[in-house]
Design a protein around this ligand. Structure first.
Ligand code: MN
Length: 241
């Protein structure tokens, strides 16, 4: 079986004997979704070592940038607003490097939530740091329902990977308070929520490898919603070259 790399994150251990010790992790939902889609999930640790990333990419066919903390606004030239959440500069730097190195190899990249935002920032776009503060966005994007519940619609643009998988509309979960503000020039919008938030993007142009970014968490739905399992199958299929 071929492998798909999952970007890892750091979490400080809460156990009293190991307090403050950093652990590298990926949520189980990603591991299960990739496995069920027919590939071997491989966790890539948070690192600034190019040789570590390079050696792992050698044995992967593509990369998934996973969800997580807010991206530092310094990376797109803004000061932090009051509603900005927890950040991880170490992980920002790691994933920017990982994304760049995946692009150099023309690997397919799938960005989930923070992953979509990271792709946009890496390619020159900007983010809303806290859409909860903005009156034009009327839908609840930080849902109070469980992550496995779908809560809002998205409308999908034809002639995209997403349209092939999900059709013209879908129900998604929503677990974000940031969103794309200025779209990077090399991306196109492939879905929006009904209050206009960019909910999905893809690479725009034939000089780019396949890049798919979604603002929701399909990994949390892949076990129960066939379309979301199909989304992982489609991405995994792109990685198997
Ligand atoms: Mn949303």
């Amino acid at each position: 079986m071929f492998r798909v790399g999952l970007s890892g994150a750091l979490i400080a251990d809460q156990d009293k004997h190991w307090e403050g010790s950093n652990r590298h992790y990926v949520n189980d939902a990603y591991v299960s979704a990739v496995h069920r889609a027919g590939a071997v999930p491989l966790i890539i640790p948070v690192t600034d070592g190019r040789e570590v990333i390079s050696s792992i990419l050698d044995i992967c066919g593509g990369v998934i940038l996973t969800g997580g903390d807010d991206i530092s606004p310094l990376l797109f030239g803004e000061e932090p607003v009051k509603g900005l959440g927890k950040q991880s500069p170490q992980r920002d730097a790691f994933e920017l490097l990982l994304f760049r190195m995946a692009l150099e190899r023309s690997y397919p990249v799938f960005g989930v939530c923070r992953g979509l935002q990271l792709i946009n920032v890496a390619l020159g776009g900007t983010l809303y740091q806290d859409i909860g503060d903005l009156p034009e966005f009327t839908i609840q994007h930080l849902q109070k329902a469980s992550r496995q519940a779908v809560t809002h619609h998205i409308d999908i643009v034809p002639d995209t990977y997403l349209y092939e998988v999900l059709g013209d509309k879908a129900l998604v979960n929503s677990w974000h308070h940031q969103a794309i503000k200025k779209l990077a020039g090399s991306l196109r919008v492939t879905a929006r929520s009904r209050d206009g938030v960019i909910e999905a993007v893809e690479a725009d142009g034939c000089d780019m490898p396949p890049i798919i970014g979604v603002q929701w968490h399909p990994e949390e739905l892949a076990a129960t919603v066939p379309g979301m399992a199909k989304l992982f199958k489609t991405f995994v299929g792109l990685c198997n070259r």
